[in-house]
Design a protein around this ligand. Structure first.
Ligand SMILES: Nc1ncnc2c1ncn2[C@@H]1O[C@H](COP(=O)(O)OP(=O)(O)OP(=O)(O)O)[C@@H](O)[C@H]1O
Ligand SMILES: [Mg+2]
Length: 592
């Protein structure tokens, strides 16, 4: 068993400075003990009840039976039953809040950790897979708590109590038989369960495989139609469903085997005890009550044992799931605030890249010796072939990654020295692919600034030339945009993305191909609006369409991560260099 994981959970169950929770844990634990004591007292009191009949008929003077007649013993027997259940329920009720609180805190910690992990982590992991790991981890926490604290620990405690009573009240041979029986039972259960777990694993694999295929087919609905692939998709799905079916049948059959085996072991033990005690009753060494009581003790002990297989399997599964979740916790946060990080103090929004070297993988350098100075209030454009590193510059400025060499400054402050929060607050980014939340247009716009009033929102929409479009929709600003914004056209999505960033009102604006899906006139208008509205802010526009950026203050031409030319449109045209060539090749733009 992996104790490391259990150790990780304990701080969530025994939270610091939260005495309410600690008291609950203590009450739950005491209830657990009381519940088990009363459980074990049930068969014991049954012995008293039966013996009281026998002794009455012999007219004994035994003080115990004189004080407690059969009637009161029967009442006591039933009170014990109620108390046993009562304390069990009290334990569950008191512990519920502690358990739920622990799993919520663990989930919260996981999500907050995942949010602070680097972009490169997120790019290499599937989002669905991560959230499933956390989800399973949280369910795993609940299962682990429930089965460990509500099953295994009480079971061990009950077993110890039973053994004490057996040793105290009966011949040692009974303790021996019960112990052997339990060891055999547990061994058999664990072995068969191990085997069943492997079958179940396969079953789950086929299940997620077939789900994956079904979802993939549905997501690619259009592609499936374009290629007449319906039958192919059905066959693929059917194949993995059949595999699943086979494994599922196997789990049912092995479960029957497990249950049968368990019953045979318990019954054999019970029969041996009954035969032995029968002989003792006959010879007068054992009372009739003890015979009945022994039987009741064994049967009572076998009730929680029935679930041992399930409990074992679930605990194992929970530990595996929790391990996967704690692995995420151990992922180092690469980009984080330095210990003494200060807030970024923006005065001029002056940006400087100083001899920056950067690569995503050590084998391939993306930016080498990259230096660039952008002064306050200027609008610059970065152009260059696809893959030349334009978006990378934007990601470095936003500090999604840190360069391997060189530094980036905003107003003479190294961006790695200031807090990430203040850096992100001051940079407005419209990314290459705008993704929207599956909510209303208003919700998506408000994401730029939760405190904005409707007038501000509308004015941002106007600057992004999207207000007219929104008003033409039957539901206007309350239109729901669909998953990832798929119900909107590419250009509409981009304009909402721009409006959202305008609303953020950051002093540095970064537009990464964010007007690529727009027609030439709209693109020009938006850029002009931005320049007019944002006189004081520094703006970086990354664009493939050269005709849209002729008005900017400076154009940077990038090639394989190096600046090969820079200047205004006219200067660069006169130089007749690389920019001039790009321009000539893009003549088609002029037709717009
Ligand atoms: N996360 C990543 N891991 C590894 N390589 C990457 C990663 N992101 C980008 N690259 C590579 O870095 C290079 C520069 O990418 P970048 O996105 O900066 O190009 P770009 O100039 O913006 O191109 P485009 O005009 O097509 O948007 C590309 O060759 C790309 O394959
Ligand atoms: Mg790019």
């Amino acid at each position: 068993m992996n104790f490391e994981i259990i150790k990780n959970i304990i701080p969530f169950l025994w939270p610091k400075n939260q005495f309410g929770f600690r008291i609950r844990v203590i009450i739950a634990f005491l209830s657990l003990i009381f519940a088990k004591v009363f459980t074990v007292l049930i068969p014991i009191s049954l012995i008293w009840v039966v013996d009281s009949f026998e002794i009455k008929s012999h007219q004994t003077n035994d003080w115990f039976f004189l004080i407690f007649g059969s009637l009161s013993l029967i009442v006591i027997y039933n009170i014990f039953r109620i108390l046993s259940v009562g304390f069990t329920q009290l334990r569950d009720a008191v512990f519920a809040l502690v358990g739920q609180n622990a799993s919520r805190k663990i989930a919260l910690k996981a999500f907050s950790h995942i949010h602070s992990l680097s972009l490169s982590f997120h790019l290499t992991r599937k989002t669905g897979a991560i959230s499933r790991i956390v989800e399973r981890g949280v369910i795993g926490t609940e299962f682990l708590l429930r089965f460990l604290f509500f099953n295994i620990i009480p079971l061990i405690f009950e077993f110890i109590l039973v053994i004490i009573i057996l040793i105290y009240k009966f011949e040692i041979v009974y303790t021996f038989i019960v112990s052997i029986c339990l060891i055999l039972y547990s061994y058999f259960t664990f072995k068969i369960t191990e085997w069943r777990v492997s079958i179940r694993k396969k079953m789950n694999q086929f299940d997620s495989d077939s789900n994956q295929k079904a979802i993939d087919g549905l997501l690619n609905y259009e592609t499936v139609k374009y290629f007449n692939a319906e039958k192919y998709e059905m066959d693929r799905y059917n194949f993995s469903r059949k595999q699943y079916q086979k494994a599922a049948v196997k789990t049912s059959v092995t479960l029957a085997l497990l249950n049968l085996g368990q019953t045979i072991i318990i019954t054999t033990g019970l029969m041996s005890i009954m035969i032995l005690s029968m002989r003792e009753v006959n010879s007068g060494n054992l009372t009739l009550g003890s015979f009945v009581g022994l039987n009741a003790i064994i049967i009572q002990l076998s009730v929680p044992l029935n679930f041992l297989g399930t409990v074992y399997r679930e605990i194992r599964q929970a530990l595996v799931d929790l391990e996967a979740m704690f692995k995420i916790f151990s992922q180092k946060i690469e980009i984080k605030d330095k210990n003494n990080a200060k807030k970024l103090n923006i005065i001029n929004s002056d940006i400087e890249f100083n001899n920056v070297h950067f690569s995503y993988n050590p084998e391939r350098l993306i930016l080498s010796n990259f230096s660039l100075h952008i002064s306050k209030g200027t609008q610059i454009a970065i152009v260059g072939k696809t893959g030349s590193g334009k978006s990378t510059i934007a990601r470095l400025l936003f500090r999604f990654y840190d360069p391997q060499q060189g530094d980036i400054y905003i107003d003479k402050q190294k961006i790695s020295d200031v807090t990430l929060n203040s850096l992100h607050q001051n940079i407005g980014v419209v990314p290459q692919d705008t993704v929207l939340f599956n909510d209303t247009i208003l919700y998506n716009l408000k994401y730029g600034n939760q405190n904005a009033n409707f007038d501000q929102i509308q004015s941002a929409a106007k600057s992004a030339c999207v207000d007219d479009f929104i008003n033409s929709l039957p539901n206007g600003y309350n239109t729901v945009v669909g998953e990832r914004g798929l119900k909107l056209s590419g250009g509409e999505k981009q304009r909402i993305g721009i409006a959202r960033t305008i609303l953020k009102n950051a002093s540095i604006m970064l537009l990464d191909e964010s007007t690529s899906s727009l027609d030439y006139t709209t693109e020009k208008n938006i850029l002009a609006n931005l320049r007019k509205d944002k006189n004081n802010s520094t703006m970086i526009v990354i664009s493939h369409r050269l005709s849209a950026i002729t008005d900017v203050d400076k154009i940077i031409v990038l090639n394989f991560g190096k600046i090969i030319e820079q200047g205004t449109h006219l200067e660069l045209m006169n130089t007749e260099g690389e920019y001039f060539k790009l321009w000539k090749n893009q003549d088609v733009n002029m037709i717009y």
